[in-house]
Write a protein that binds this ligand. Sequence first.
Ligand code: AKG
Ligand code: FE2
Length: 360
Amino acid sequence: MAPVPSLPIKVGHIDDVQELRKAKPATVPERFIRDMADRPKVVPNLSSSLDIPIIDLSKLMKTDKDEVMQLKTACEEWGFFQVLNHGIDLNVVEDIEKVAEDFFMLPLQEKQKYPMAPGTVQGYGQAFVFSENQKLDWCNMFALGVEPPCIRNPKLWPSKPVNFREALEIYSREVRKLCKTLLKYIAVSLGLKGDVFEEMFGVAVQAVRMNYYPPCSRPDLVLGLSPHSDGSALTVLQQGKDSSVGLQILKGQTWVPVKPIPNALVINIGDTLEVLTNGKYKSVEHRAVTHKERDRLSIVTFYAPSYEIELGPMAELVDEKNPCRYRSYNHGEYSKHYVTNKLQGKRTLDFAKIQSKTSN
Ligand SMILES: O=C(O)CCC(=O)C(=O)O
Ligand SMILES: [Fe+2]
């Protein structure tokens, strides 16, 4: 979450979706209704045979060869996996969920004490809205920069619920450890030294976004969150315990639902890792859909290198068969590019792609 320009941005009136839900208008307001091609197909109870891979971290930490292979396949073929035995205490996971839920359930007036200014990405509101005619997501967001301390905006850290700050600090510390561990084994799975990312990243940037999706009377017309890939190196996503299925990832031409598994965390490869691995491990487009009766909560941590570093494909992953597919750039610049553009699939990564006939 890099700083964003101070140009005035006109986004028009943005309805708060929780308030809309309470008011129960006869129709969904036009700004939320997607163009035909972008609408989610609602396929009731059709359980997809495709499931994203599951990785057991306790096995990885014993450098179990099979598990490292599974991780490699998960990163190469899916860009997404669920991690079991992630080592984060259940209380820590439950506490963050509780404070996030309590925050979203506060009266609007209280939440609006922490507004996300148009064109910025921290605070309460809707991120990635840059114009009056842009379609809106059926989602309320609350996002905060966490590490390093210089990216924090203390005015946006809420005083209610009272234990919010403490729960977020503890959770973020644990997720940071998890990201470092995962990156170590991701490096191993690439045949690289385990500490290669840790050494390269400097003081890593960590931000959290809590997404709350109220039920929507017409889930067939709206999206909870527009299709996008994450700008991070790695993302850790916690799905609320009682939440409906909502996250979907694009595999080929199919949107595959990510079914919540109790006590698992969802991990995905972000754009930064795609660039560093020269496209061997790709970020994958994903989106959220809504449900007619059930709400959904997700708590998402983005983990990325320091804004200071220059990055590009790692030399070990570039050769004659795998020519360099991305240019080198400053990570802070990419972050700024990411947060100043609307979410539109993987288009943000065009920033770094070297266009060639063979690139995809
Ligand atoms: O709510 C979800 O499952 C998706 C969230 C997400 O992709 C994001 O916040 O970047
Ligand atoms: Fe995402």
